[in-house]
Design a protein around this ligand. Structure first.
Ligand SMILES: Nc1nc2c(c(=O)[nH]1)N=C([C@H](O)[C@H](O)COP(=O)(O)OP(=O)(O)OP(=O)(O)O)CN2
Ligand SMILES: [Zn+2]
Length: 136
């Protein structure tokens, strides 16, 4: 694929891995770091520009850094999130970020463009030395 768009951001959230026999089973928080890598075989317009000059708008990959009251994951209690609930591992959060980001990117495509060439890899760091990658 000719283009890979990469962007990184962070969000701060609290969580409990429900049922975990150890410290992660108690309420605690992380500054999660995320890298989104979106590969594409062609360039497209975005919500802000009509010419075919973007893989996707960087803004569309960074929705999760918004406050939880604005639809993101910042300053959230992740266990209250309807897509996460008890299972707030890095694996489950990374899969959710992947699913929701691709849904949002596809929602912005022009009629007739299914975005079959788009491939997304999400890397989520829960701590500076522990991360999870999710891609299809
Ligand atoms: N496969 C997974 N294992 C663990 C996860 C996870 O999401 N997936 N999460 C946790 C806890 O949330 C914990 O807060 C993070 O674990 P860890 O990297 O061990 O963090 P520490 O900084 O506390 O590590 P130490 O090196 O032990 O100090 C646990 N496991
Ligand atoms: Zn944790």
């Amino acid at each position: 694929m000719p283009w890979t768009l990469r962007t990184e951001f962070a969000f701060d959230s609290a969580h409990v891995i429900t049922g975990y026999d150890g410290p992660c089973g108690r309420l605690h928080g992380h500054t999660y770091r995320v890298q989104m890598a979106l590969t594409s075989g062609r360039l497209r317009p975005s919500a802000h520009i009509q010419r075919n000059i973007m893989v996707a708008d960087f803004k569309s990959l960074k929705w999760a850094k918004k406050d939880v009251t604005q639809g993101g994951l910042d300053h959230a209690f992740l266990n209250e999130h309807p897509d996460l609930r008890d299972d707030t591992t890095a694996e489950v959060i990374a899969a959710y970020l992947h699913r929701e980001t691709l849904r949002r990117v596809r929602e912005c495509l022009e009629p007739g463009d299914a975005g079959e060439d788009l491939r997304l890899k999400v890397t989520l760091w829960e701590t500076p030395d522990s991360s999870c990658e999710y891609w299809e």
